[in-house]
Design a protein around this ligand. Structure first.
Ligand code: SF4
Ligand code: MG
Length: 335
């Protein structure tokens, strides 16, 4: 396997202006020292509650918002070293599909115009040859030629998302960030669009960074999963490891909140205290300590690093001081 994308120590701090002089008085630490990689042809999902920094991470990877610091390497190229124009050209390889394609497409353009424009921006094919490709794209995403001259509002949510996918594919990308791409759709439509994304991945050897809050969706599409909490990755590993053998109390709490068909297989329920703290002034030590039923003094004072756990794959990592004691039962939840 080849690493297509590698992120190191990514930080995204958004300044908060205040006072009568409008100076920067503080920062929202939306993403705070995040590192991961995505292998060619796989789907890495980032999962977490709203505000955990998952969308911000996706946007930073494409430099839709330039990150505060860190390294982003795509096929060996340092993306942060590119100037604006070079980066725009690079977006031929790195595309994004949003939750609501309606918000990112011009409502006055027909499907034909939307796809033509995407190709013309990146100089895909001579103009005269684009029409064939547009027809092919429609077919690929399950839309028909009779829909060519329709406007976005004439489509259902699921069809609009197919237009969003066609637009991303129009430039023959290698890598696509799917930011809550099926979250706004009905469950049955969700499954159709997820299956389409999987099919396209196989046919076109695409690599996905799939951002979602819904664990059911993540389970369906991922090869590996990263769990984020308050701007940090707290656990990452192969999908099966994360779902069947979670190590971090936060991951366990997320999983124990979803119902499973076989109740005897249910993860032990982990109840969390309070709400997610503010990313402006995150808790010291382990950021999860204000809500974690296993927290100790050490958790308040020392930041736990991501470390390989005692799993079989050798790639399953979690950031918790007390993984082993929790696992052995030596440490019980303190409610
Ligand atoms: Fe909980 Fe402490 Fe582990 Fe953080 S380090 S998840 S507070 S036990
Ligand atoms: Mg989001």
């Amino acid at each position: 396997t080849t690493k297509l994308l590698e992120i190191n120590n990514l930080k995204q701090y958004f300044p908060i202006k205040g006072g009568i002089f409008g100076r920067t008085v503080n920062h929202v630490k939306a993403v705070d020292d995040v590192s991961f990689y995505v292998n060619e042809g796989e789907t890495l999902s980032i999962v977490g509650e709203s505000g955990c920094g998952k969308s911000t991470t996706g946007r930073a990877v494409l430099r839709l918002d330039d990150p505060t610091s860190g390294e982003i390497t795509f096929q060996g190229d340092d993306l942060l070293a590119l100037n604006k124009q070079e980066m725009r050209r690079k977006r031929k390889d790195l595309q994004i599909i949003f939750q609501d394609p309606y918000a990112s497409i011009n409502p006055r353009q027909t499907v034909r115009q939307i796809l033509e424009e995407a190709m013309s921006i990146q100089n895909v094919l001579p103009k005269a040859e684009r029409m064939d490709k547009i027809m092919e794209l429609l077919d690929t995403v399950g839309l028909g030629s009779h829909q060519l001259d329709r406007f976005p509002h004439e489509f259902s949510g699921g069809q609009r998302q197919r237009i969003g996918i066609a637009r991303a594919l129009a430039v023959d990308p290698k890598f696509i960030v799917c930011d809550e791409s099926v979250s706004a759709l009905d469950v049955s439509i969700q499954a159709q669009v997820l299956n389409l994304l999987k099919q396209l991945q196989r046919d076109l050897n695409l690599t996905y960074l799939f951002i979602a809050h819904d664990l059911g969706v993540v389970r369906h599409i991922s090869d590996r999963v990263a769990v984020m909490y308050l701007g940090k990755i707290v656990e990452i590993g192969e999908k099966k490891e994360i779902f069947d053998n979670p190590k971090h109390p936060y991951t366990k709490s997320l999983l124990s909140a979803i119902p499973v068909p076989d109740p005897s297989n249910q993860q032990e329920r982990i109840h969390l205290k309070g709400d997610v703290p503010s990313p402006i002034d995150p808790p010291t030590g382990c950021r999860f300590h204000t809500r974690c039923p296993f927290a100790t003094e050490k958790c308040k004072n020392e930041v736990p690093e991501l470390r390989v756990t005692n799993d079989m794959t050798g790639t399953h990592q979690a950031s918790c001081h007390h993984i082993e004691e929790i696992e052995s039962g030596a440490k019980q939840p303190n409610y």
